[in-house]
Ligand binder design. Structure first.
Ligand SMILES: Cc1cc2nc3c(=O)[nH]c(=O)nc-3n(C[C@H](O)[C@H](O)[C@H](O)COP(=O)(O)OP(=O)(O)OC[C@H]3O[C@@H](n4cnc5c(N)ncnc54)[C@H](O)[C@@H]3O)c2cc1C
Length: 242
């Protein structure tokens, strides 16, 4: 299994972090932890010389990244056939408000993953991917849902990209090292968090029906990335158990 802490993505001129290279990481552990803490990614690709960057939900299985959409989606139609793609995930952790615009910055964790996207055509792989599309975020939920119809499966395209190379870049310095620290100007690190909001029960849910246990990680006020990581670990354990 390639998903072990010591494994590292190969480094080439494409994914080597040159600018602030000391912030670069290539090991699976770091890259996967940042991917698993996100539900949203931006997928970049070029059609006829025009760059596009599409936001989409995504999920990871080992060293593969999956995303899905309508079979009619231009992005998915164009990425069906081994097209080069780059999937990026960004976590904004803080604004670093230094004493000059030049020294002001942000703390962040981000990943860029490179590979060739292809359409999932094998029915078994597609069924498993559509299952994971739900259970990766809400482990155990798919079994509680109305099964997909053949028409719904046909209308849904799933794209997979084996990660050929990836880089993570992490800044966690706040305003440390501000050369103007002696100036009487306000400076601070301003943390930013994405947290779960209060659940808004659908009015059509029958009275007395309890919120299912698989939503427990998504408790009001909890950091989204903690819930996503926990969900991912549970989904991975369930998949391993068969
Ligand atoms: C929330 C956030 C805010 C940022 N704000 C700024 C800003 O205001 N100004 C600024 O200059 N930069 C900012 N950055 C950093 C920016 O993403 C780039 O790293 C930086 O601009 C250097 O780009 P480059 O193409 O010259 O890097 P290079 O080092 O030349 O890129 C080479 C390779 O390094 C890897 N790499 C580069 N950047 C990243 C990254 N962020 N994550 C993962 N892999 C990476 C890629 O594989 C890339 O192909 C920000 C990053 C984040 C996540």
């Amino acid at each position: 299994m390639s998903d072990i802490a010591s494994a590292t993505y190969p480094v080439s001129p494409r994914n080597r972090v040159k600018r602030k290279h000391e912030r670069g990481h290539y090991d699976h552990e770091t890259v996967h932890a940042l991917l698993d803490a996100a539900a949203l990614a931006h997928v970049s690709y070029v059609i006829d010389g025009q760059p596009y960057c599409t936001p989409t939900l995504f999920w990871r299985e080992g060293t593969r990244l999956y995303w899905h959409g309508s079979s009619a989606s231009r992005m998915l139609r164009n990425l069906a056939d081994g097209e080069p793609a780059c999937l990026t995930v960004t976590h904004l952790d803080a604004f670093a408000l230094a004493r000059s615009g030049f020294s002001s910055s942000a703390d962040y964790r981000s990943v860029m993953a490179f590979g060739r996207a292809r359409l999932v055509t094998d029915p078994k792989e597609k069924a498993q991917a559509l299952h994971m599309m739900v259970d990766r975020f809400f482990p155990g939920r798919d079994a509680t849902l109305r099964p997909a119809t053949a028409q719904e499966v046909k209308a849904t395209a799933v794209i997979v990209m084996e990660i050929e190379e990836a880089s993570a870049k992490i800044r966690a310095a706040g305003v440390a090292g501000d050369p103007d620290a002696a100036l009487p100007i306000w400076a601070e690190r301003l943390p930013v968090h994405t947290v779960i909001g209060a659940s808004e029960r659908c009015p059509s849910v029958p009275p007395g029906m309890e919120r299912p246990a698989h939503l427990a990680p998504y408790a009001e006020g909890r950091p989204l990335e903690d819930a996503l990581r926990e969900a991912y670990a549970a989904a991975e354990a369930a998949a391993a158990a068969g």
